[in-house]
Design a protein around this ligand. Structure first.
Ligand code: PRP
Ligand code: URA
Length: 211
C-alpha cells in the first residue's frame, strides 16, 4: 500500500486569504467568498496529478498536438454543513464534477460523529473522490466520512481541508494511512472543547450565520 502524504498548500494567495478567514471581524458574506476563493486555489494543487492524454486540434494556422484530461472523473464529497462552503469554488474549475453529500455532525459532549445523511453518485467506485471539510479537528468526522465511502465501494480518495489540528492529521493517518491530505494550514492544537487553536472558530456557524 502506498502511504498518503500531507500537503500544506502555502501559496501566498492562499495564506493571505486564510488570514482574513481566521479574523473574527470577517462577516458571513466575506467569509463565504473567501472560503470559496481558497477552495479554488487549493483545487489547482489537488488536481496536479490528474492524468492527461494527447489529442490533435486544428488551430487557425496548423495542426497542434495538445493535451486534455484523461482517466477517472472527479467526485466532490462535502461533509455537511461546512463542507458545502468549498464546493462552488472547486466546481468553478471542474464543472463536470459530480457532488455527493455526507451529513455528519460532531456531538458536542462525546465528540463522536453522528451520521444523518448520505446521497452519493452511483458510480463512486470509478471516480476520484475529494472529501471536503474546512476543519479537521479530532479527525472523527472526516475518518467516518471516508469509511462510509469505502464501505460503498470508493477506492480513490483524497481529503481537502482548510485547517487541520495535528490530532486530526494523526487520526486520519492511523485510520486511513493511504489517504493524502491537502490543507492550507496545520495549527497548534485542540482546546478543551476540541476546537482548533488558533483555528477560525465554528466553520458552519461562520459560513451560514447561525449562532
Ligand atoms: C465541524 C466541521 C467538521 C467537524 C470537525 O462540523 O465542519 O465536520 O466539525 O471536527 P472533528 O474533526 O473533531 O470531527 P460540525 O460538527 O460543527 O457540524 P456542522 O458543519 O453541521 O456545523
Ligand atoms: N469544528 C469547527 O467548526 N471548528 C473547530 O475548530 C473544530 C470543529
Amino acid at each position: 500500500m502506498r502511504l498518503g502524504k500531507v500537503f500544506v498548500l502555502d501559496h501566498p494567495l492562499i495564506q493571505h486569504k486564510l488570514t482574513f478567514i481566521r479574523d473574527k471581524q470577517t462577516g458571513t458574506k466575506e467569509f463565504r467568498e473567501l472560503v470559496n476563493e481558497v477552495a479554488t486555489l487549493m483545487a489547482f494543487e489537488i488536481t496536479r496529478d490528474m492524468p492527461l492524454r494527447e489529442v490533435e486540434v486544428e488551430t487557425p494556422i496548423t495542426t497542434a498536438k495538445c493535451r486534455v484530461l484523461a482517466g477517472k472523473k472527479l467526485g466532490l464529497i462535502p461533509i455537511l454543513r461546512a463542507g458545502l462552503g468549498m464546493v462552488e469554488g472547486i466546481i468553478k474549475l471542474i464543472p463536470t464534477a459530480k457532488v455527493g453529500h455526507i451529513g455528519l455532525y460532531r456531538d458536542p459532549e462525546t465528540l463522536q460523529p453522528v451520521h444523518y445523511y448520505a446521497k452519493l453518485p452511483s458510480d463512486i467506485a470509478e471516480r476520484e473522490l475529494i472529501v471536503i471539510d474546512p476543519m479537521l479537528a479530532t479527525g472523527g468526522s472526516a475518518s467516518a466520512a471516508v469509511q462510509l465511502l469505502k464501505d460503498r465501494g470508493a477506492r480513490n480518495l483524497k481529503l481537502m481541508c482548510l485547517i487541520a489540528a495535528p490530532e486530526g492529521v494523526k487520526r486520519i493517518q492511523e485510520d486511513h494511512p493511504e489517504l493524502s491530505i491537502y490543507v492550507a494550514a496545520v495549527d497548534e492544537r485542540l482546546n478543551e472543547h476540541s476546537y482548533i487553536v488558533p483555528g477560525l472558530g465554528d466553520a458552519g456557524d461562520r459560513l451560514f450565520g447561525t449562532k
